[in-house]
Ligand binder design. Structure first.
Ligand SMILES: Cc1cc2nc3c(=O)[nH]c(=O)nc-3n(C[C@H](O)[C@H](O)[C@H](O)COP(=O)(O)OP(=O)(O)OC[C@H]3O[C@@H](n4cnc5c(N)ncnc54)[C@H](O)[C@@H]3O)c2cc1C
Ligand code: FES
Length: 234
């Protein structure tokens, strides 16, 4: 069980939750969070936003579980299980584009920090696609990256393919289009899938996705896959 240190509102639907936990995690992994008793039945998968000091999570209020998270106050208890899943490679990279749609930006804060630590002089373009009324960028301003924001419309309208490695996370249709365009432009692309999850540990099969090498559990073999290997997102 962790304690909430702060739970800050970023904009109308986004919050940043800081816990008192310190842990070694790999960039791109996620935790199963729970701040209630028996209902809702399932814990909720949330990516690691930052783990440089305490574990922090960026979340959007979309339903019952995240609504409960948004009410948490300093000192409240929260169950934080993990880290789970695979991670993004952060070794030997000289330039990269990170493409986040909405809350899909969450893993790229810590990914950017680790990439900077491990690769001297790395060039990082961090793309954020959000709705007109959103201000998710408020949570990213201290990052030393080239931040490119698209408010409304499609992130692919501003996406350049000058960097030959792309990591993306966000709505399925966005990841599908980013993958297609990346391949057309001879880029290598990895996607972090946002599948609904039951257990988070590979037991229930609710997060299965179809890939070129058979069905894979997004929580165990993923959530990160090579873009071209995904046959069906949902
Ligand atoms: C590996 C992984 C990492 C994630 N990281 C984050 C994160 O860092 N921050 C964050 O805010 N969210 C993240 N999510 C999504 C998050 O888990 C869901 O938004 C959350 O479970 C919704 O719970 P809820 O009880 O508030 O909504 P519910 O009441 O369960 O659902 C509300 C609505 O959201 C839809 N929904 C629920 N879960 C998903 C989902 N996974 N994908 C698409 N639609 C969904 C439902 O269909 C419904 O319409 C992640 C998901 C995965 C699989
Ligand atoms: S969430 Fe249960 S197997 Fe992946």
């Amino acid at each position: 069980m962790a304690k909430v240190i702060e739970n800050i509102r970023i904009d109308s639907t986004y919050y940043l939750l800081k816990t008192d936990l310190k842990m070694d995690v790999l960039p791109g992994q996620f935790f199963m969070l729970r701040a209630w008793g028996t209902y809702p039945t399932l814990s909720r998968p949330i990516s690691i936003f930052d783990a440089s000091e305490n574990l922090e999570f960026l979340y959007e209020v979309v339903g019952e579980g995240t609504e409960i998270f948004s009410k948490l106050k300093q000192g409240d208890n929260i169950k934080v299980e993990g880290p789970y899943g695979n991670s993004f490679n952060t070794e030997d990279i000289s330039e990269i584009s990170l493409v986040g749609g909405g809350v899909g930006i969450a893993p790229f804060y810590y990914v950017s920090k680790v990439l900077k630590e491990k690769n001297k002089n790395i060039k990082i373009d961090l793309y954020l696609g959000e709705r007109e009324n959103q201000e998710i960028e408020k949570s990213l301003l201290d990052l030393d990256v080239n931040l490119k924001i698209k408010k409304g419309g499609f992130i692919t309208d501003i996406l350049e393919f000058d960097k030959k490695l792309i990591y993306t996370c966000g709505p399925d249709i966005m990841m599908k289009n980013v993958t297609k365009m990346a391949i057309e432009n001879n880029c290598e692309v990895y996607v972090s899938l946002d599948k609904r999850m039951g257990c988070g540990v590979g037991a229930c099969l609710s997060c299965t996705c179809k890939t070129t090498s058979g069905n894979k559990r997004s929580c165990k073999e993923g959530p990160i896959f090579k873009g071209e290997d995904i046959i069906e997102y949902k």
